[in-house]
Design a protein around this ligand. Sequence first.
Ligand code: SF4
Length: 392
Amino acid sequence: MYWHSLYLGENYKTLAGLYLHIPFCKKACHYCDFHFTQSLRQIDDIVDAICKELVLQNEFLGKDSIYSIYFGGGTPSLLEHHHLKQIMKVIKYEYDLASNIEITLEANPDDLSREKLQAFYDNGVNRLSIGIQSFNNDHLKWMNRQHSGEEAMEAVYEARQVGFENISVDLIYAVPYGDHSIWENDLKQALRLRPEHISSYCLTIEPKTAFGKWLEQGKLYEVEEEFAAEQFEMLIDTLRQYGYDQYEISNFAQPGYESRHNSNYWKDEKYLGVGPSAHSYNGKFRKANVANNAKYLLGLSENKIPFEVIHLSKEDQANEYILTSLRTKWGLNLNHLKNKYGVDLLMVHRDYLNKLSLQDLLYEEDEHLILTDSGKLLADKVASDLFIELNP
Ligand code: SF4
């Protein structure tokens, strides 16, 4: 199926995606504000409810084929063989799956025994996204991660033995109390594993997390912007040397290994999110499932999906597009903004755009605005300066 791309050029192949939120974790990482519970008591019930929701939602994406399935969370690697088998059976029965489908499962290294990996592989998972975050055991402990750096190396090794040929690893930089040599070593260790994809995020302190509380109590400081920027530059330079393409600010891939799931969001394509707190978009409206396991289970027990519709004004949609598109290597499509929202960004922000261009932060190519490496350091600031106001 081909669907007109919003900003990646004509005839870009469309990916309708399926996202499944598995809301369980063994331990709460100190920086994390995702939806999960540490009690695994209801894992069977949630899997049953997810299967029911998959059936109830089987028309949400219309007739589109599914090109990407993504098990996220939480910690999907807590799923047992029979859970995955049960979910995949429903998906295969209810949805039209593309023959070259990408099925990703997020995993923590401490869950990845040979047996578990084999179970994922046998159930069709063909891409692992492993939350390594760091190879430094002091950093891992400080972040309240469950695993060690050695276990992370071992997990990737085992995954290769089982046959996984598409592995992504997550890394966190700008850790307070860290220094550049630790980050350099994290990058070196990650590269030794030769992952096909690397996602790397700057540690941010979210209010409702352990780190958020520590910050409030003065037990934690946030790193200087300059320190974070230096580590970001180390990341870009190192991964570029090893042939990774930075296709989005935080995402790097060997040729042909860009994550379909990520691209789904950035390209404004359809996706169905199933499970507590999962979001969905079918080209017409967005919705968010309730971020509460008990309420989710109660709703599904009555064959109702507890969700709320998210209303985005045209202005919000245009600004969201500016924000996300500028983060990608393809940039912001000026014609898309003109055709869909009636905005000529070159006219509205002419002086500011000239200034950015003179400062070598941004350039225009084929009707697209693209950030330079220096511009990427200021991506969110540049995007918010370019936000537009539309009459309701
Ligand atoms: S980072 Fe992952 S493993 Fe850690 S608490 Fe958040 S969802 Fe769970």
